[in-house]
Write a protein that binds this ligand. Sequence first.
Ligand code: PEP
Length: 252
Amino acid sequence: MKKQVIANFKMNMTPSEIKNYIISLAPNFKSEKVDITLALPFVALSLGKFLLSGTNIFVGAQNLSEEESGTFTGETSGAMLKDIGVQSVIVGHSERRSKFKETGRAINKKIKIALKNRLQVILCVGETLTDKNSMKTLSVLSGQIDEALKGLYENELENILIAYEPVWAIGTGKVATSKEIEEGVKAIRKSIEHSFSKKAGDEIGVLYGGSINAKNISQIISCKGVNGVLVGGACLDCANFMHIISACEASK
Ligand code: PEP
């Protein structure tokens, strides 16, 4: 699998600012070695698709509705995302779990709708500091994965990436050590193996996310079992993000 570099813009930058960002980024990106996805705010998705046509940079959404359509004011459906050419969607980000009270059941419904609409899913899982301090990291990861992937067929995993994002590392400047990352990634693969098969556990794409920056990227991308990264704050500066991409291109 090519290394995956996913930028989560969160609720940052206006469409005009994103336009300038893409104009700076796109001509500089020529590598065949990494796949880049910009997970943009909803209001910038169509613009992003338009500006990135003819490049090999993908456009992703940061969320979708757990419902297919209907009386859900303010929601965005999987079909709507597909219709404007969005290729992937982040599901289960810890900010949505904690700030929007998104449950495992809702995450499972969202994943099924995304897959039905042929959107690649970037499923985020990760333990809180309390979980970590009470040695519950591995059980939390497997619990979140079991809930999220309940009822899925093994062949559907082809369209799912799992991002290991320890909650205590997101936006905090605290980065997990290589050992912690490798243990988390291994637990994710074991959990997939347990629910599906050894082959599925070996082959699923696993990313790391949490306070990645231009300085720590080389250490993180070289961790065993890591197929890519999910970058939040550090993607907002285009030059910084380019540096992160270059480090991923350079990794073996
Ligand atoms: C994220 O929110 O997915 C993330 C990884 O954020 P940050 O890089 O800012 O920690």
